[in-house]
Ligand binder design. Structure first.
Ligand SMILES: NC(=O)c1ccc[n+]([C@@H]2O[C@H](COP(=O)([O-])OP(=O)(O)OC[C@H]3O[C@@H](n4cnc5c(N)ncnc54)[C@H](O)[C@@H]3O)[C@@H](O)[C@H]2O)c1
Length: 309
């Protein structure tokens, strides 16, 4: 597998993955509608092995063109996270679910790797989830991703990865992710108010996500037609744990108050034994991830559109 189509390759994950694929000798074509602009991919245009198509995964002609001469597909294009999906549920259904069905119909049995999410489990309070745990998505994001992954699994020749919550620096930096947001607020606002502080979540560095996708290409025949939780058994933490880890590195005011409720009521631990048994494990620890974010926040002028400060 040499020629790889990455849908949604201009996003947070894609901006780490695409340069990594080029560096490892793959030829990469990205199909992306540039919802958040395309700056993240600028360095890739220096490579003869990179091709970009501005297009929409919902449009049959764009998908057909993008698939020509490709050996495998990494499907990232989506409306990501419950706030973005809630803002436009119809768009989320069209892109996350229906466009995946369209892509499936046109791919003619090419291997496909699907970036799904631990949101699909919903609230499994106090449990350690594995891939057999029941799916009970509580948000439009979770339900559209669940529908897409179930459709793909029925068709086969697919690897489905259910990711932990990403963190870390990427050319397209996202500030809606829990650790990224906490570090942003600590560094830029010098204060952070946390609700549901004991809720446990599970985390993965965005570059480890990119590594896991390359791993799936390399080990596709071993991994195929299975679901894997992708993250680290060492990175299950509560919100309070994360805030206090940041406090050891940044002097800021931390306050706990029940001023809100997370719609995605995830409060769970996840087991990553299945993916670890295949030979994949994450490389970047949470402390290093917090450090990289602190360094980035100090030099990058990031505007948080939701901040009132
Ligand atoms: N970041 C995380 O924490 C995380 C965790 C689990 C799973 N995932 C999954 O990984 C994938 C990538 O996430 P991300 O964090 O890079 O998101 P992102 O929002 O940064 O990137 C998504 C990309 O998809 C593109 N896109 C959206 N609609 C499109 C359309 N109709 N046609 C073509 N392109 C379109 C956007 O322009 C964007 O570049 C998603 O499928 C997401 O569900 C992410």
């Amino acid at each position: 597998m040499k020629n790889i189509l990455v849908t949604g390759g201009a996003g947070y994950v894609g901006a780490c993955l695409v340069p990594m694929l080029l560096q490892r000798g793959y030829r990469v074509r990205v199909l992306d509608s540039l919802m958040y602009g395309g700056k993240a991919l600028l360095p890739c245009f220096a490579s003869d092995d990179f091709e970009f198509i501005k297009g929409d995964v919902r449009k049959i002609e764009d998908v057909r063109t993008a698939l020509q001469d490709m050996d495998a597909i990494i499907h990232l294009a989506a409306i990501v996270g419950f706030p973005a999906c809630k803002k436009n549920p119809q768009l989320a259904e069209e892109i996350n679910h229906q466009a995946t069905v369209l892509l499936e119909g046109l791919r003619h049995d090419r291997p496909l790797i699907f970036a799904s999410t631990g949101s699909n489990y919903g609230a499994l309070v106090g449990e350690v989830c594995n891939e057999e745990s029941p799916l009970n998505p509580l948000t439009i994001y979770g339900s559209t991703k669940t529908a897409a992954e179930q459709y793909l699994l029925k068709r086969g020749n697919v690897v489905v990865y259910r990711y932990a919550t990403a963190y870390g620096v990427s050319f397209r930096l996202r500030l809606d992710l829990l650790i990224n947001d906490f570090v942003y607020q600590a560094v830029k606002n010098r204060n952070l108010i946390i609700y549901e502080s004991s809720f446990k979540r599970t985390f993965i560095n965005v570059r480890d996500i990119a590594e896991s996708l390359v791993f799936a290409l390399e080990k596709f025949s071993t991994l195929r037609d299975q679901v894997y939780n992708v993250g680290s058994n060492e990175q299950n933490f509560s919100k309070e744990d994360i805030a206090k880890m940041i406090q050891k590195k940044v002097d800021y005011y931390l306050h706990f108050a029940e001023i809100g409720k997370d719609e995605d009521q995830r409060n769970y631990e996840v087991s990553y034994e299945k993916i670890n048994r295949t030979g994949y494990s994450t490389r970047i620890g949470i402390e290093a991830g917090i450090d990289e974010l602190i360094r980035a926040m100090a030099v990058v002028q990031v505007v948080n559109e939701f901040s009132n400060v």
